[in-house]
Design a protein around this ligand. Structure first.
Ligand code: A3P
Length: 275
């Protein structure tokens, strides 16, 4: 196939760079890192561990498809290559660009309670900006009207139907698999089995390779390295402490997203318990 570039001594084994057969398009803080790391232990999946930032606006698209292809990990013909870039979900350009590359590509979208997502996103931004003095209430609510702010990216990312509508202009719903990001934390095996079915790959995930680590407080995985299983958890930036959010602020956000959530549920023919 002409998307394949073979190189070096791995050539004889049939390994080469291949374009992704599936992409995790988001959402930021939805559990995208956990998802790609779990999927990467599946023998039929080979995942790029770095975010590619290729199809999104102002990103690496100008480098060309060959650059992108060469960034992909080596894979065998029967393996599915995957990458994840959470920003694709909210990007204006990504749906069309991905569609141009492969209109039958499988898309995976991890969604989380939109209010929890905002809080998680806020916690990450505070950490990255070193701005510990920033107050969550002031960040999300207008300080004169106490209404939810309209122009804060952190909030608009959680208006899922707005972004998903763009994808559905190009891709049929059955090509977009939605992972319940809240359930991915508490019952990852159920979500991973759903992804296996969606990708059409054999069942691999079990308690043997995905197990709860009480010290970490999250599910971790056993990776097979040279025939030996090695335990691996995500790093400390996954599963941050969330700031305390006052009840009335949370209620305000829940009510704000309710209407948007209903639009999403109608769009996807599925409901989440996000109230
Ligand atoms: P919090 O930091 O709010 O807890 P993303 O990778 O898209 O940025 O998502 C990060 C979120 O993944 C974390 O949010 C965390 O709760 C969640 N997550 C899901 N499964 C996880 C796991 N097995 N280990 C660590 N974090 C996990």
């Amino acid at each position: 196939d002409n998307h394949t570039v073979t190189s070096g001594r791995r050539q004889e084994k049939g390994r080469s760079h291949r374009l992704p057969g599936a992409i995790i398009i988001g959402v930021r803080k939805g559990g995208t890192k956990a998802l790609i790391e779990f999927l990467n232990i599946h023998p039929q999946v080979v995942a790029a561990t770095d975010e590619m930032h290729f199809f999104s606006d102002d990103d690496n698209y100008g480098q060309g498809m060959h650059w992108y292809l060469n960034k992909m990990p080596m894979s065998l013909p029967d393996q599915i290559t995957m990458e994840k870039t959470p920003k694709y979900f909210i990007s204006q350009a990504a749906p069309d660009r991905i569609h141009s590359m492969n209109s039958s590509i499988r898309l995976v979208l991890a969604l989380r309670n939109p209010v929890t997502r905002v809080i998680s996103d806020f916690a990450q931004r505070v950490e990255n900006m070193g701005d510990t003095g920033r107050n969550f209430t002031e960040y999300v609510l207008d300080n004169t009207t106490w209404e939810v702010k309209q122009d804060v990216l952190c909030l608009t990312i959680s208006i899922y139907h707005l972004h998903l509508a763009r994808w559905l202009q190009l891709f049929p719903l059955k090509q977009i698999h939605i992972v319940d990001g809240d359930r991915l934390i508490s019952e990852p095996l159920e979500e991973l089995k759903g992804v296996e079915r969606f990708l059409g790959i054999p069942r691999y995930f079990s308690e043997e390779v995905v197990y709860f680590n009480a010290t970490r407080g999250f599910y971790c995985m056993k990776k097979k390295v040279h025939g030996l299983y090695t335990a691996s958890c995500l790093g400390a930036t996954k599963g941050r402490d969330h700031p305390h959010v006052e009840g009335w602020v949370r209620d305000k956000l829940v009510r704000y997203f309710d209407t948007h959530n209903e639009k999403l549920f109608r769009m996807i023919g599925r409901r989440f318990n996000w109230s």
